[in-house]
Write a protein that binds this ligand. Structure first.
Ligand code: SF4
Ligand code: SF4
Length: 324
């Protein structure tokens, strides 16, 4: 905004308003997107799973952005992040990105104790690729199964006990501890050709850090299985990694018939267990999961530990282990 306009506004306000405005003005650099939302007929309202679960306009993407922008604290945390808003926004606005920038570490202790509770030291081994499970793979009991699967496929993988969490939960919450996690992960990853992970969010985070990271799917091989399944696209796998055809081609090569849910591919519906939302608002996360389960009519196959648990389905790794 033009500094002259800011000065004119400030000169015409009382002291209390001036004090409030001094908090808002430093954020005006990103105000363009707030203005676009104010002029938009809320195109993203009906794709936001958080709005659907909580049924309050104050957590709709557009309104929570505005509330957060003008200093509202609580609205900042009501986001998964699934990027359904960005996918459906003709301006390409990521509400989650905007909210994340305004967070300042509230709930960090909660995240810290959760990570400490689920973290495990793994037995180190060397190999060509680094296998980085990510905290949700541990939390949802997929670590041992994935190691068994990689071994049976003869993948030359390494395990490191130095990094357990990629730092995403701290990054999402705006707590500076993410810097320590990011730099440790970059250092460890630099010793390997590429990093493999079960978790699409970990892969997306690592790619943002410039790490050559791939979803585990890239090293798995199809085996004859057969059967009829629904495939659920994990939000970030479809929207950030662009992996839409690859899992379908893989499952078809396994002899599976895939029944597509109404909301699929890049228009998938979130399972509710992404990001930090489930840790802060577990009841609402369950509502989102339940709604998604109703859209999937057959046994669910997916490629993310969190989605698999929320939807009471099977991860690719579990599917393959049944026939190896
Ligand atoms: S994020 Fe995009 S679609 Fe949603 S209200 Fe703002 S401009 Fe409209
Ligand atoms: S990222 Fe998902 S949960 Fe967050 S505002 Fe957008 S649609 Fe809603």
């Amino acid at each position: 905004m033009n500094p002259k306009i800011i000065m004119r506004i400030l000169s015409q306000t009382d002291l209390k308003t001036k004090l409030r405005l001094t908090k808002v003005i430093p954020k005006l650099g990103s105000g363009d997107e707030i203005a676009k939302c104010m002029l938009c007929p809320n195109m993203c309202l009906y794709v936001c799973p958080v709005f659907d679960a909580e049924r309050k306009l104050t957590v709709s993407p557009s309104l929570k952005s505005r509330i957060a922008y003008f200093g509202g604290e609580e609205a900042i945390y009501h986001c998964l992040p699934c990027d359904a808003c960005k996918e459906n926004c003709s301006m390409g606005i990521s509400v989650n990105e905007n909210l994340r920038k305004l967070r300042s570490g509230k709930y960090a202790e909660k995240i810290d104790s959760w990570i400490n509770r689920i973290s495990r030291r793994v037995e180190e081994k060397d190999g060509r690729f680094l296998y980085f499970p990510g905290c949700r793979t541990f939390e949802f009991g997929l670590f041992e199964k994935t190691v068994e699967c990689l071994e049976k496929f003869g993948v030359d993988f390494a395990l490191s006990s130095e990094v357990v969490c990629c730092g995403m939960p701290y990054y999402e919450i705006g707590d500076r501890r993410y810097l320590e996690h990011f730099s440790k992960l970059k250092k460890v990853a630099s010793g390997y050709e590429k990093v493999l992970s079960n978790c699409p969010h970990c892969v997306a985070t690592m790619r943002e850090l410039g790490i050559n990271a791939e979803h585990l799917l890239s090293v798995l091989k199809p085996l004859q299985i057969g059967g009829v399944f629904s495939y659920h696209d994990p939000c970030l796998m479809a929207r950030k990694l662009g992996l839409v055809d690859e899992p379908r081609n893989f499952l078809t090569a396994c002899g599976l018939e895939i029944i597509e849910p109404v909301f699929n591919k890049k228009q998938t519906a979130c399972c509710g267990y992404g990001g930090i939302y489930r840790l802060l608002y577990p009841e609402n996360a369950e509502k989102i999961a339940e709604r998604r389960r109703k859209e999937l009519n057959f046994e669910v196959i997916t490629a993310c530990p969190a989605c698999r648990t929320a939807l009471k389905g099977k991860d690719l790794v579990e599917l393959l282990l049944e026939v190896i």
